[in-house]
Design a protein around this ligand. Structure first.
Ligand code: NAG
Ligand code: NAG
Ligand code: NAG
Ligand code: NAG
Length: 397
């Protein structure tokens, strides 16, 4: 058999098995292991980058005179449902006449040629998700092939439940598969997954690295339409450890209006080394520092911010790095993101190989910790929720 045929045959078999298993076991069994991770390796690199930056005191950016935000000029079209049903996105060839554009690397050119195409149609929606009073909406960035990660999240920190009358709900945000050959099979599986769990939100754009910012603006628009009244939102990656109980405790003690809290970098510099995945050419962003922003691995924000962030996002050009883009939106609405010790999106201690990074007694006191494979996540979750005897008191909260 040719390689190609083998591959198709294999995909079909895997799809078929999974469909059967999902059907039979419903919420029980874990078919996740069938999938290997062909993942977004991007975050690892980002952590490397971010590890070099340290927070500086609040107010650093406040001293700067900002260009006047023009939020008011964005029309307040508050549609009751997703209003993009069709996209005819043609490249903006005008750009190719500009000198600075010609000097850009092809991937940035590609990004800019299409960056005026702002919104795409929905493929899967769950408009009922926020019905009733949702206290905490857990929002997870996912990609179509990472079924196993979604699966373990549903069984651990993403489990929908009610704690003292406070409803927790979960959604996964997805685009479409990067590889043509993945598209048809995985899409059927995803439809199926959604029939069972009802927690998939999917739009019709490619789940590429630069399109993560599209995911951010789609999320803000979607939230404005379908979830305008949730109290709080946790948003994060699909490979982190999260403690919803600690988050709820933290929120109970919270009195900050317009809360936005996470692993905040107050003085991160744009990366100018071309080899780096996070390289940004000067012609795209010429300032020396980014506005304060929270690492995209996991942060919490008040639901009251969503609509304003959405409007702010519409006054800005898309920026290729999604968490920096959200920082830019925060700057427009003049909300300072707050740094909190409990968000360890770069590991618990700096040394990646330190045993502390696998020490459940630390996890117990954290809100978010990067970066675990599905099996590790399940194991850590079980340990943290067992009768642990922790000798050292780690008081973070
Ligand atoms: C899409 O837009 C291009 C140029 O604006 C136009 O030539 C083409 O007919 C449009 N296609 C559809 C399906 O509307
Ligand atoms: C490109 O330039 C033409 C003519 O100057 C203009 O009409 C058109 O709107 C421009 N296209 C975009 C996408 O800006
Ligand atoms: C983003 O998604 C759109 C729609 O699928 C695609 O045309 C575009 O090339 C993607 N952009 C990048 C930079 O990958
Ligand atoms: C943990 O300890 C308590 C009392 O010390 C006991 O009631 C409970 O069953 C234990 N739970 C587990 C999972 O061992």
């Amino acid at each position: 058999m040719s390689q190609w045929k083998k591959r198709v045959y294999k995909s079909v078999c895997i799809s078929f098995c999974l469909v059967i298993m999902l059907t039979i076991f419903q919420r029980g069994a874990s078919p996740g292991l069938l999938f290997s991770q062909s993942s977004m390796d991007s975050r690892e690199l980002l952590s490397e980058v971010k590890r070099d930056t340290y927070p500086v005191p609040d107010g650093f950016w406040a001293a700067k005179t900002e260009k006047q935000a023009t939020i008011e000029s964005v029309t307040d079209t508050h549609s009751a449902e997703w209003d993009v049903n069709f996209i005819n996105c043609t490249a903006n060839w005008n750009l190719t006449n500009l000198d600075w554009f010609k000097t850009l690397e092809p991937n940035f050119q590609q990004f800019l040629l299409y960056s005026h195409c702002r919104y795409f149609p929905m493929i899967i929606n769950n408009p009922q998700k926020c019905r009733g009073d949702v206290h905490l909406l857990i929002v997870v960035k996912s990609i179509i092939t990472q079924h196993d990660r979604r699966d373990v999240i549903r069984k651990t920190w993403g489990k929908e439940k009610e704690v003292n009358g406070k409803k927790i709900r979960t959604v996964f945000l997805l685009g479409t598969a990067m590889k043509e050959e993945e598209r048809a099979n995985y899409q059927k599986l995803l439809d199926f997954e959604n029939q069972i769990y009802g927690d998939i939100i999917q739009w019709d754009f490619l789940d590429s690295f630069f399109n993560l910012t599209l995911k951010e603006v789609h999320f803000l628009k979607w939230m404005t339409i379908y979830c305008p009244h949730v109290a709080y939102i946790f948003k994060g990656d699909d490979d982190v450890f999260v403690s919803p109980n600690n988050i709820l405790d933290f929120l109970d003690g919270n009195t900050t209006p317009d809360l936005f809290v996470g692993d905040v970098l107050y003085k991160a510099r744009p990366i100018r080394k071309k080899e780096n995945k996070y390289y940004i050419p000067n012609s795209l962003y010429s300032k020396n520092f980014y506005p304060p922003y929270a690492g995209g691995g996991g942060f919490i924000m008040a639901g009251s911010l969503v609509k304003r962030l959405f409007k702010a996002s519409e006054t800005l050009d898309l920026y290729p790095i999604d968490d920096v883009f959200l920082g830019m939106c925060l700057e427009v609405i003049k909300v300072n993101p707050v740094f909190h010790e409990g968000f360890k999106t770069f590991g618990i201690v700096k040394n990646k190989n330190s045993k502390m990074n696998k020490e459940p007694c630390f996890y117990r006191h954290m809100l978010v910790v990067h970066k675990l494979l599905p099996a590790e996540l399940q194991q850590m979750w079980d340990l943290v929720h067992s009768n642990l005897t922790c000798s050292r008191k780690v008081n973070i909260l």
